[in-house]
Write a protein that binds this ligand. Structure first.
Ligand SMILES: Nc1ncnc2c1ncn2[C@@H]1O[C@H](COP(=O)(O)OP(=O)(O)OP(=O)(O)O)[C@@H](O)[C@H]1O
Length: 601
């Protein structure tokens, strides 16, 4: 409960910070709404009583008061509705949403984007800022609604304590309506199968594929009859339920109206007996007539606000998750700008959250400075996981990764990532202009046109740019009215992006050319090989390539063969072929595949 209160307070503070005037006005009108009906009823009572007993001048003044109060009762609800909508939307979009996105994007690891139960929450949260803010105002509306009920009912109680019973009767139409709606909902569930059936049968008749066969086999009439029967069955259940709901609603209102009439009769008796005034009668009519509406408003706002829980829970989870991530000790050591020893993986085991089998286990490997390492293995053997551990997207469950002997957990994250250039098999497709899509690969060099040009060249992507209508200024992604690239063109763009950094010490290529044809792949690899060599002599950079293509792999300084999360073979191409193990077998298979293809040609 305390968490909910704290959350409400923090959202309210945000609202005051983001839209102070609008928030203050909305709160003021909410409070005003608590008293308008009561104010109007009191004014009306005064008007009637002063008209009967007092001087005409006072009655005139009071009439003015009644007019103002009545006008207020007419406008406050609509005004409040619009104000809450505006302030919730504005603060949601301009204040809360950016904060949510920064929190989601600012988490260093990847779990919240990969683990389904986390991703579900993140997905719910993405469009939920407005709803969260509306929920926050829903709390205000519920509290004010209860306040309004208390004020109006107390006023009724001042006429006669018996009147307090009227509140209970005000809930009769609400309860009856709820029963009726529940019956409708049940009928919808019960008739859903018939409804789906008739929809399927209808589709059968109108779709060309099934339509052909229906005509051929002469089954059209039977299907049409079956559809009509299913439709009839579904509709009749729903109609019955709606009639029942109507009857419930009628009964609820009948009970309330009976109690309302009884209350009026009671006040009339009081007036007749000289124990009350006509003004009190008017007050009772005014308040009792709005009582059901006020009770309904409390129930509706409370139910709607409770519905916002589905956004509140993921929001609180995100807050906890971010806090937990921040608590992890942040490294402070700078990333070396050149490597002397290289990178090492020491006894690393990693199990994805939500799974029980480690994706990599007890992995030991060294990536000596200035060398190229290729990782091979069948699908799901742990290659990408190992690469992502090198990029520090996950923390190993056991063991450590070191750079020049220093545990990477101790290195400042921003510097560490700045020292890496990487392309992944599931590369990003950024819907921005082409130049931006490449330049974001190295933010400090964002405006450096030469660097962007060389990166495009390095990825052999100049041809892609030449084919774009506005060259590097072309907007990408058809969702934003831009040009949609082919898979291979997107991949080249990702490759160009990863070529932006001019002095990375770790170069990662995880299936970087999977979407390219063999010829383009060769061109890209030759360029990458020369970049690797340049970086190796410049700052001792290590290159790690995951690939299924042995033409690429065979030239690496060392090859790691992974199987079931472990490194099962390691060595140069020649050594591994000589070993005659798993690598040799895979190489043989692929070579035979190429041979067969060539023969067919
Ligand atoms: N985000 C994830 N959540 C849970 N399990 C995962 C996740 N990513 C990978 N795995 C599992 O971890 C194991 C290793 O996957 P990984 O992607 O590292 O293999 P891979 O060798 O790179 O495969 P591929 O050649 O298909 O890319 C697999 O069993 C895979 O199902």
């Amino acid at each position: 409960m305390m968490r909910y209160i704290r959350l409400w307070l923090s959202l309210m503070r945000l609202s005051f910070r983001g839209a102070p005037v609008l928030t203050a006005v909305t709160l003021a009108v909410s409070v005003l709404d608590v008293f308008v009906v009561a104010g109007y009823a009191i004014a009306a009572r005064h008007l009637v009583d002063t008209t009967v007993t007092g001087p005409a001048s006072v009655a005139g003044l009071v009439a003015l008061g009644v007019a103002v109060a009545f006008a207020l009762t007419m406008v406050t609800r609509d005004m409040l509705f619009n104000l809450v909508g505006t302030v919730a939307d504005r603060v949601g979009r301009l204040e809360l949403n950016p904060r949510l996105h920064v929190a989601i994007a600012g988490i260093d690891g990847l779990e919240h984007l990969e683990r389904q139960e986390y991703l579900d929450r993140v997905t719910v949260l993405r469009g939920a800022a407005g709803s969260l803010m509306r929920g926050c105002w829903g709390v205000v509306a519920t509290v004010c609604g209860i306040g309004k009920l208390v004020v109006t009912v107390s006023l009724l109680g001042s006429v006669s304590p018996w009147m307090l019973a009227l509140l209970a009767f005000a809930f009769a139409p609400i309860l009856a309506d709820a029963r009726g709606q529940a019956a409708v909902a049940r009928a919808e569930v019960r008739s859903a199968e018939d409804y789906r059936l008739q929809q399927d049968l209808f589709d059968l008749q109108v779709r060309p594929a099934s339509g052909k066969e229906l005509r051929l086999y002469g089954n059209g009439d039977r299907v049409a009859r079956a559809q009509a029967e299913a439709w009839d069955h579904a509709v009749s259940q729903r109609v019955r339920a709606r009639l029942a709901a109507g009857a419930w609603r009628f009964a609820g209102w009948a009970v309330f109206t009976l109690a309302f009439t009884g209350a009026l009769a009671l006040v009339v008796r009081q007036v007749e007996a000289g124990a009350g005034t006509i003004g009190q009668l008017v007050l009772t009519v005014t308040i009792a007539a709005t009582l059901q509406q006020s009770a309904q408003a409390v129930v509706t706002t409370a139910t709607d606000t409770a519905g916002v829980r589905r956004y509140v829970e993921p929001y609180l989870w995100l807050q906890d998750y971010v806090a937990e991530q921040r608590q992890e000790p942040a490294g402070t050591t700078p990333m070396p700008s050149r490597l002397d020893a290289g990178v090492a993986v020491e006894g690393v085991t990693y199990t994805y959250p939500g799974t029980t089998t480690p994706a990599v286990r007890h992995v030991d490997a060294t990536f000596p400075a200035g060398t190229v390492t290729a990782i091979v293995g069948e699908y799901g053997s742990g290659k990408s996981t190992l690469v992502k551990l090198l990029c520090r997207f996950y923390r190993p469950g056991a063991g450590r990764v070191t750079v020049d002997g220093q545990d990477i957990a101790g290195i400042a994250m921003a510097g560490y990532r700045q020292g890496i250039a990487a392309t992944f098999q599931d590369f990003g497709r950024f819907a921005v202009d082409y130049r931006t899509g490449v330049a974001v690969g190295d933010l400090p060099a964002f405006d450096d046109d030469d660097r962007v040009g060389s990166a495009i060249e390095a990825a052999d992507a100049a041809g892609v740019v030449a084919a774009l209508p506005d060259g590097v200024r072309t907007q990408l992604g058809k969702d934003l009215g831009g040009v949609e690239l082919s898979e291979g063109q997107w991949q080249r763009t990702a490759l160009a992006r990863s070529s932006m950094r001019d002095a990375p010490v770790i170069l990662v290529l995880d299936e970087p050319t999977a979407s390219l044809d063999a010829l383009s792949e060769q061109v890209v690899f030759e360029r990458y090989a020369s970049r690797s060599r340049r970086l190796a002599s410049q700052n001792g950079a290590v290159t790690v390539i995951v690939s299924h293509r042995f033409s690429t792999v065979s030239t690496a300084d060392q090859i790691l063969v992974m199987h079931d999360g472990e490194i099962v073979e390691r060595g140069t191409h020649t050594e591994l072929i000589r070993l005659g193990g798993r690598y040799a077998e895979m190489f043989e298979l692929q070579a035979r595949g190429y041979e067969n293809k060539e023969k067919k040609k």
